[in-house]
Design a protein around this ligand. Structure first.
Ligand SMILES: CC(C)(COP(=O)(O)OP(=O)(O)OC[C@H]1O[C@@H](n2cnc3c(N)ncnc32)[C@H](O)[C@@H]1OP(=O)(O)O)[C@@H](O)C(=O)NCCC(=O)NCCS
Length: 216
């Protein structure tokens, strides 16, 4: 199927590489909101314009799209809009990734090179399982969460939607990482992380809590 990658930044480049390695779809262009990129080429693939082009591209036979934007909220929102408009949201799974046949993947999911997704793990729509991240049995990864390169989750970890687990962080079994929480690179998480909080260090400690809604 001919597909478009939405987002021509660093993550978009990685996704192009993965889709080429997987060989299932043909990437026929990028779209990106940054006008400065329009007309440029990334590894031989042209940045065609912005998202408004999608209906025209669809009419020309583009059937699929993958949103490759690093910001979790933006990625999720674009993917939902494009899916609602009838485009097929495809996954990018590198052939070197190991995915258990009992694991379940949503749509618009990226599983990068060397990642491991074990038995009965569930990966939500628009999640990123980045290079060499390892997710053990029965983990649940929420929509548009991002596990950075080298993250290791023990069994039965629950990761809320939109959470970011930074490069090389480790999470002990059965813990909950709240929605939109941030785990710093290299952290060792030994306790649940509240939604929206930022934790860092070994063992991980909270350095920022979620911004509370203002009282009226
Ligand atoms: C956790 C993180 C988001 C914090 O960023 P931030 O909110 O801008 O925080 P700051 O840089 O202001 O740091 C606040 C404090 O936490 C410390 N800190 C920040 N990140 C840390 C980390 N990963 N490990 C240990 N301490 C850390 C800082 O040294 C600082 O300490 P101080 O107040 O004693 O000086 C960021 O440092 C991080 O680790 N990001 C991961 C990025 C990543 O993995 N990206 C992958 C892309 S593929």
């Amino acid at each position: 199927m001919d597909v478009i990658i939405v987002g021509a930044g660093g993550h978009g480049r990685v996704v192009l590489d993965i889709l080429r390695a997987a060989g299932e779809h043909a990437v026929v262009g990028f779209v990106d909101a940054n006008q400065d990129l329009h007309g440029s080429e990334i590894a031989g693939v042209r940045v065609l314009g912005n998202l408004n082009l999608m209906p025209k591209l669809r009419a020309k036979g583009v059937g699929g799209v993958i949103v490759a934007i690093g910001d979790n909220r933006v990625r999720q929102s674009y993917a939902e809009k494009l899916g609602a408009a009838g485009l097929k949201l495809v996954n990018a799974v590198h052939p070197s990734a190991v995915i258990s046949p009992t694991a379940a993947l949503g749509v618009n999911v990226v599983v990068a090179a060397g990642a491991i997704v074990c038995t009965d793990a569930r990966i939500g729509d628009s999640a990123i399982i980045n290079t060499a991240a390892a997710i053990d049995h029965e983990c649940e990864i929420g929509e548009a969460a991002h596990l950075a390169p080298g993250v290791r989750l023990a069994g039965r970890v629950w990761v809320g939607g939109g959470a970011v687990i930074g490069i090389g962080a480790n999470v002990l079994p059965c813990l909950k990482i709240g929605e939109h929480a941030i785990v710093g690179g290299g952290a060792l998480v030994r306790r649940d992380v509240p939604a929206g909080a930022t934790v860092v260090g070994v063992p991980a400690r909270v350095i920022k809590t979620a911004v509370q809604p203002m009282a009226i």
